[in-house]
Design a protein around this ligand. Structure first.
Ligand code: FAD
Ligand code: SF4
Length: 464
């Protein structure tokens, strides 16, 4: 009989007043006892609504049943059948909008902690590697495929192609592989050794990873074909930061969230033994309400700043994961919602001194169902800050489009694909993840990487 506990088994966490000064992981993960208890809440529903909510179709009730029986490695294997990065997804997927959003236990209480259980299985498997039988390396078919970008879409595509026997090389512009998982999402949410372990697992499968290789500069997509690659997957993400276009955005002390997070995560600006510069701020304004804004705000807090999140709608409309908003608040970050910046002010040396904002109110929902934010006349005020971080969206970098004839993009700069979502307008070139959809999620990027690997395999097999 299922455990009728109404709420999720709590996840132990580091206390807010300790963790807002520390870069170690905030959520500590389930113990075996916690996992067994949480798994016993699953009703093993016949119609599996949770599976329909998972973009890669993880066999959720099946893996949870194995957790319940104490077969943690077996549970991990079930997850791995469809999800190549469970330790990552268990930590960063927006489960409340996906599997857990559909879980029937959520009707009268909280859904089953599917993400927490997924993370538990992945962490258990990582610490019991000897119990995981290594699979034999696939026989090589000698066909070269190039993957551009080492984010979740590129890593997934590369792994799936390598398992089919292809000779895969990943070209990554930065000096470390992992995409947003290493340069964007902070250590305290996703420890970097987890991403490194996934990258190493790919190398063990025979995937070659070439870092510091900007495709479109050092080599073009055409050069790759000339070098004998028979198909190219583009998983170059959406790393071009957007700005609001308000006066003062060029002042000293204004960062894009991407630059700020890259300095901290990838280039370890917070560590004494690295000489990456980053502003030591007294008070920082972070503009935006998504996961990127929460990550930037929590990093700025850890660097010692008093941090204000400025968001023009109300908290209910914030696109960030609930858990991130909750954690940010607990860590002492102020939320200035229904507030819109109109100008950044600087002193005579060009350094930021304050940000001018208007108070907003919400109108009725429009045709898209979204409530428009409208300025309240006469509500202008200045917030004194020395740093402003803009986290107001990103779009794909135009470099690859500009250097690859025949590759079409839409008006947002996203690569255009056919109905399958991964075949581009240039023969032999496939794409997926944020480069196609615009900024989205890890799991959607992984799903696209998987679809692209299948499409590439089909293309190669039917080409000759
Ligand atoms: P990316 O992860 O962006 O990887 C693209 C890679 O391509 C990068 O490494 C880039 O350097 C490389 N590249 C770009 N151009 C070139 C080139 N010309 N040549 C060679 N390499 C190139 N999603 C969630 O699901 N949950 C979260 O909690 C979450 N938090 C986020 C927090 C932040 C700060 C950010 C920025 C994003 C977050 N996301 C989150 C979104 C998620 O990370 C992305 O949707 C996902 O990483 C997209 O994967 P991708 O493979 O398409 O691209
Ligand atoms: Fe278990 Fe919830 Fe899925 Fe039902 S919907 S099988 S209770 S996880």
């Amino acid at each position: 009989m299922a455990n009728m506990q109404k709420y999720k088994t709590p996840m132990p966490e580091v206390a807010p007043e300790v963790r807002n000064k520390s870069w170690h992981e905030v959520a500590c993960g389930y113990s075996e006892a916690d996992a067994l208890n949480e798994a016993s809440r699953c009703l093993n529903c016949k119609h599996k609504p949770c599976v329909a909510g998972c973009p890669v179709g993880v066999k959720i009730p099946e893996f949870i049943a194995e957790v319940s029986a104490g077969n943690f490695i077996k549970a991990y294997r079930i997850i791995k059948e469809t999800n190549s990065l469970p330790a990552v997804c268990g930590r960063v997927c927006p489960q409340e909008n996906q599997c857990e959003g559909k879980c029937v236990r959520g009707i009268k209480g909280e859904p089953v902690g599917i993400g927490r259980l997924e993370r538990f299985c992945a962490d258990y498997a990582a610490s019991h590697a000897d119990e995981l039988k290594k699979s034999d390396l696939p026989a090589s078919n000698g066909i070269k495929i190039a993957v551009v970008g080492s984010g979740p879409s590129g890593l997934t595509c590369a792994g799936d192609l390598a398992k089919l026997g292809y000779d895969v090389t990943v070209f990554e512009a930065l000096h470390t592989a992992g995409g947003v998982l290493v340069y964007g999402i902070p250590e305290f949410r996703l420890p970097k050794d987890i991403v490194a372990a996934e990258v190493n697992a790919l190398k063990e499968l025979g995937v070659k990873i070439e870092c510091d290789m900007v495709i479109g500069r050092i080599l073009t997509v055409d050069d790759l074909f000339e070098q004998g690659y028979e198909a190219v997957f583009i998983g170059s993400g959406a790393g071009l930061p957007g700005f609001l276009g308000i006066p003062g955005e060029n002042a000293n002390g204004v960062y894009s969230a991407n630059e700020f997070l890259t300095r901290i995560n990838l280039m370890k600006a917070y560590r004494e033994d690295y000489n990456t510069p980053v502003r030591r701020s007294h008070r920082t304004a972070v503009v935006g309400g998504g996961n990127v804004a929460m990550d930037a705000a929590r990093c700025a807090k850890r660097l010692g700043a008093d941090v204000h999140i400025i968001y023009r709608r109300s908290e209910a409309e914030m696109p960030a994961r609930r858990e991130e908003v909750h954690h940010a608040k607990e860590e002492g970050i102020s939320f200035d919602v229904l507030t819109n910046p109109t100008r950044i002010n600087a002193d005579d040396k060009g350094n930021v001194t304050s940000i001018t904002c208007m108070k907003m109110e919400l109108d009725e929902p429009d045709a898209s169902g979204r409530r428009r934010a409208i300025e309240i006349a006469g509500s202008e005020f200045d917030l004194e800050v020395d740093t402003v971080i803009m986290a107001v969206g990103t779009s794909p970098n135009p470099l690859i489009r500009m250097t690859t004839p025949g590759l079409n993009t839409n008006r947002k700069g996203c690569l255009v694909t056919m109905e399958d979502g991964v075949t581009t307008t240039r023969e032999g070139v496939y794409a997926g993840g944020d480069a196609v959809t615009g900024a989205a999620t890890v799991i959607l990027a992984m799903g696209a990487g998987k679809d692209a690997a299948k499409a590439i395999d089909h293309y190669i097999k039917n080409k000759k």
